[in-house]
Design a protein around this ligand. Structure first.
Ligand code: UGB
Length: 598
């Protein structure tokens, strides 16, 4: 009351809203008028931000929170009335005719695509001190995750452009969702690396805001313990991406520019773009409004399961059921063993890798109705069984893959299952937790993420006719992994099966202890016999044939311990580093035709 005369009309409205929604306690310990006025102003600035960044405003947030907290207290099952079953989707096999046709189609469609990376999370499970997209995806070429994503989008853009007759000006738009935790460091990474070759105007950052924390079942907002004029906030989840895209107005700009697809992806999957062209081809061919990428999933693996839910009233939807909910849901619906592997050795529910392809038109139609609001959930940690108080404040959360929950039954929601070796190897777990993963389940660590890249590249080269040696098994940071030859190439060398096949002819062999890095676009492997390390770089208009036998001492893998603080964090979380003993390195900086014959 005493402070009212200091407030602007907008601030008075916000104060009224807070009082009407039961938030009187926020003002209880305020100093009298004239004291700490700057802090009071900052409080209202924060409330204004919380209000404007949430679809429907803060009052709507508090109302939803009360409902969800009441449901949680009552132990209400969010899947009440629904029976889960295994849905049908498109199952692809790398390199067969079907896959190649989808890839062709996907490359054509890429001209009408925009990409959205959700990178607002700090990755608490990984415990890395930097932003995750700044980590090297692998340490042979040293390509960073963000660099790999940008170079892949550019490779797709070029490949797509090459298919058109006319002068192609396509610049695939790329949005990165950041948060206060990642925003400044993402900008710095882009700027200090000249946007990894992308035009800065192609890239747009959208920063998600945190949401207010809740102290009790009445959804009373939590006062920040360090400052009584601030409300505690926490991340709201990757589901924010839809509201942010909608409110930014960018979706309509894309539609007006003739785009048709929006592809969403996460921060640390070094394999993802090997699966993108075919998955986009599936979207276009099947005319899916929503297409989720999936991989075979081990029961209880920490990724959601794509599930068909059928309600007693006849409604059905195909949706991700999060890993902690799938097992109880199955048990509650007549499957006493819960989430278990079937005879294939995998869960019958495909694993969601949170790569979504949405058709832009229906997406805009839906967001025009919802404002981008996504069905939320709350996960309070209660002090005791009475569920009347929390151990610490909680907040509402939302996930981007819950977007289909509000869609009408007529929406075409599908999914595409890819081989896990091709499509999915995230870096989420710290070495200690990864070492505890049950045997046979993926580690999802920096170690396994890097080794998966070498395995995928080795398997791809095998598919196009190169004789690649078998892997050996080694243990790094307590994790047993297959070590394949360390083969990497830039996305522009080959993003699709057809493109890679075109670059390989004759009969080449690569031994297990070998390392190969291809950075040039037009490098052709012809009767190469590699036993050691070979690094080739070439400008785009240099055409290089690689022949003959390359043999040298090569690069060896040296074990390092994740606790060894003398080694940089991005290396020690892998448990190994390269000992670069001997290599053949060739760099072609002029245009022309060349033959690399050692
Ligand atoms: N992220 C944000 O941008 N903002 C946020 O507020 C939070 C996260 P996690 P999660 O593919 O393995 C997801 O923490 O949420 C970004 C799916 O829900 O790595 O535990 C963050 O930067 C699950 O179904 O994953 O699990 C990162 O890029 C399964 O598919 C992304 O969101 C699982 O991923 C994911 O955040 C998986």
């Amino acid at each position: 009351q005493h402070n009212l005369h200091l407030l602007s009309p907008q601030q008075i409205e916000l104060a009224k809203m807070l009082l009407e929604t039961g938030q009187t306690h926020l003002f209880e310990h305020w100093a009298e008028p004239g004291v700490e006025d700057d802090e009071k102003k900052a409080f209202f600035d924060q409330v204004a931000r919380l209000d404007s960044s949430y679809p429907g405003g803060l009052a709507s947030y508090i109302k939803t929170a009360r409902e969800l907290l009441a449901d949680s207290k009552a132990g209400k099952n969010p899947f009440d009335g629904f029976t889960p079953s295994v849905p049908k989707g498109e199952v692809l096999t790398y390199g067969d005719d079907n896959f190649i046709n989808f890839e062709d189609m996907g490359v054509k469609e890429a001209q009408k695509a925009a990409f959205v990376l959700v990178a607002g999370g700090l990755g608490e499970r990984l415990g890395y001190n930097g932003i995750k997209v700044a980590l090297p995806a692998e340490t042979t070429a040293g390509t960073l995750f963000l660099q790999n994503y940008i170079e892949s989008i550019l490779a797709l853009q070029d490949a797509s452009c090459r298919l058109t007759q006319d002068d192609c000006q396509t610049k695939i738009p790329f949005v990165i969702m950041t948060s206060d935790d990642t925003h400044a460091r993402t900008i710095e990474l882009l700027e200090s690396n000249s946007y990894f070759g992308m035009e800065p105007t192609q890239v747009k950052l959208l920063k998600q805001e945190k949401v207010a924390c809740l102290n009790d079942n009445d959804a009373r907002l939590a006062v920040d313990l360090r400052n009584k004029y601030r409300i505690q906030t926490k991340p709201h989840g990757h589901g924010d991406v839809h509201a942010l895209l909608f409110s930014s107005g960018i979706l309509k700009v894309w539609r007006d520019a003739g785009l048709r697809w929006v592809l969403f992806f996460q921060d640390t999957n070094g394999l993802l773009f090997k699966a993108i062209p075919a998955a986009l081809g599936v979207s276009a061919t099947r005319q899916y409004h929503v297409n989720s990428l999936a991989v075979p999933r081990k029961a209880k693996e920490a990724i959601g399961g794509i599930t068909k839910l059928t309600h007693a009233d006849g409604r059905t939807m195909v949706i991700n059921v999060e890993y902690n909910q799938l097992d109880p849901l199955l048990r509650a619906t007549g499957n006493p063993d819960g989430d278990v592997n079937c005879e294939t050795g995998y869960s019958p529910f495909p694993g969601n890798i949170n790569q979504l392809i949405l058709e832009l038109g229906p997406y805009i139609d839906e967001l025009t109705k919802t404002g981008g609001a996504i069905k939320e959930f709350v996960n309070p940690k209660y002090k005791d069984a009475s569920k009347t108080s929390f151990k610490s404040s909680t907040r509402l959360e939302c996930m981007m893959q819950d977007y289909p929950k509000t869609l009408p039954p007529s929406a075409r929601v599908g999914f595409t299952v890819m081989d896990a070796w091709l499509a999915y190897a995230p870096v989420k777990n710290n070495p200690e937790d990864a070492a505890k993963v049950p045997k046979g389940n993926p580690y999802h660590s920096a170690t396994s993420g890097e080794m998966a890249i070498y395995r995928a590249n080795s398997l791809i080269l095998r598919k196009v006719g190169v004789q690649v040696a078998n892997p050996v098994v080694q243990v790094f940071n307590g994790q047993e992994v297959e070590v394949w030859p360390r083969i990497t190439w830039k996305p522009k060398w080959g993003l699709t099966f057809a493109e890679i096949k075109r670059k390989v002819c004759g009969s080449s062999t690569i031994s297990q202890r070998s390392t190969m890095v291809i950075k040039g676009r037009n490098v052709f492997l012809e009767d190469l016999s590699l036993d050691g390390a070979l690094l080739i770089d070439a400008v785009d208009d240099a055409e290089v044939k690689v022949q003959g036998s390359v043999q040298n001492k090569g690069w060896t893998l040296e074990n390092i311990d994740y606790k060894d603080a003398s080694v940089p964090e991005e290396l020690r979380i892998r448990g190994f580093k390269f000992n670069k003993i001997e290599q053949l390195e060739k760099n072609y900086s002029q245009s022309g035709n060349f033959t690399l014959e050692p």
